[in-house]
Design a protein. Structure first.
Length: 278
């Protein structure tokens, strides 16, 4: 059975080359641990712009097919997810998300559903706003490596379509391509190539047919050895980001990042990230 990715995961291998393993402008510590009863705990501390932001996440499964997740931030905002998987129907996942801010009294809830089966992966989300929920639906199909998908968002309060995106892609063992057309104005293409077991390269091209603005990005990842990964990315303006992730211990990863303008060799910024898996 071939189950295609969700719409948000189309082009994920290319997106990961650009987004994962970089820590710029902040210093971050993440700890991941799990109790003997299977409860996962993850506190995170991040110092950014002289402001310390912390959060604590926990998740566990009280029974087979049921998952409870909780996140509490230093802004005193809590997010709770209750997830039911393969209980109502095989391949169906239902996620009820509730966000509460006691300081402002603001509360919100979102019902998320996802269904996957052979050659199809779809989602349907609705925020439970009494004034009029916003509905978001996605669908992806795949056959012999050829992928096609669509995403639409509809604001029932304003009776207005707020988002429409179509995607076409192709995926095989060492090559992945996906193209997006967003709101009939923004065209985006992502290409990923796994050169060998240690090296990956990716490219991204954006073009806006209204402003005629064009943006190009190139990224690469190389495994120096079993403990060290090197990453680099550069955009059309010359902004270059370099990163190295090293597994100091089996339970500790350290990421060092540096960003500068390759044209002027100025605007240098740094970041360091620690991730401990206990």
């Amino acid at each position: 059975m071939v189950v295609p990715p969700t719409f948000s995961d189309l082009g994920k291998v290319a997106k990961d080359v650009f987004n994962k393993g970089f820590s710029i402008g902040s210093n971050k510590l993440t700890v991941n641990t799990k109790t003997g009863s299977g409860i996962a705990l993850s506190p995170t501390f991040e110092l950014k712009n002289d402001t310390l932001v912390a959060s604590f996440e926990s998740s566990g499964s009280p029974a087979e097919g049921f998952t409870l997740k909780e996140k509490w931030t230093s802004d005193n905002v809590t997010k709770t997810n209750f997830v039911v998987t393969d209980k109502l129907a095989k391949g169906l996942k239902v996620d009820l998300e509730v966000v509460v801010n006691p300081a402002s009294g603001k509360k919100s809830a979102t019902a998320k559903t996802a269904y996957k089966t052979d050659c199809f992966n779809g989602t349907f989300d609705a925020n439970l706003d009494l004034a009029g929920p916003t509905l978001v639906a996605t669908a992806v199909t795949e056959y012999s490596g050829v992928q096609g998908g669509a995403e639409v968002a509809f604001d029932t309060e304003k009776s207005k379509l707020t988002k429409n995106t179509i995607a076409v892609g192709y995926s095989q063992n060492d090559f992945n391509f996906v193209g997006f057309v967003r709101d009939l104005s923004l065209f985006e293409g992502l290409i990923h190539h796994k050169v060998n077991a240690d090296t990956e390269v990716a490219a991204k091209l954006d073009w806006n047919n209204q402003t005629h603005a064009c943006a190009f990005n190139f990224g690469a990842k190389h495994a120096l050895d079993s403990s060290t990964n090197l990453r680099a990315k550069i955009d059309g303006t010359g902004q270059t980001t370099l990163s190295m992730t090293h597994k100091v211990k089996p339970w500790l990863n350290v990421t060092l990042s540096n960003q500068l303008n390759a044209k002027t060799l100025s605007g240098v910024s740094h970041g360091i990230s620690f991730e401990a898996n206990l």
